[in-house]
Design a binder for this molecule. Structure first.
Ligand SMILES: [Zn+2]
Length: 90
């Protein structure tokens, strides 16, 4: 579930400058073969996300994955690419 808050209008709350992230609860069965959690799919927010227990990453629900949405890790940057980024930041 995702709650959207309109801000800064008449009768509305002020836009917050700093918002803490919510904790996610994960319950793991003592067999290690099943788990449950309260994290919604980051794409549709209607279904439950899919937890990859081995690495602890939440993926979109199966329906959204069938539509092509997945969380992927970018290719590791090469050392000279990291150096270039560091110099660009300073
Ligand atoms: Zn979804």
């Amino acid at each position: 579930m995702q709650h959207i808050h309109d801000c800064n209008g008449e009768g509305l709350v002020d836009y917050p400058n700093n918002v803490d992230c919510k904790d996610v609860n994960v319950w793991i069965h003592d067999s290690g073969m099943a788990c449950s959690h309260d994290y919604s799919c980051p794409v549709c927010r209607r279904e439950s996300a899919i937890l990859q227990l081995g690495i602890g990453i939440m993926q979109p629900c199966w329906t959204c994955q069938d539509l092509g949405y997945v969380l992927v890790k970018k290719k590791e940057p090469k050392f000279n690419e990291l150096l270039k980024r560091w110099f660009q930041l300073s």
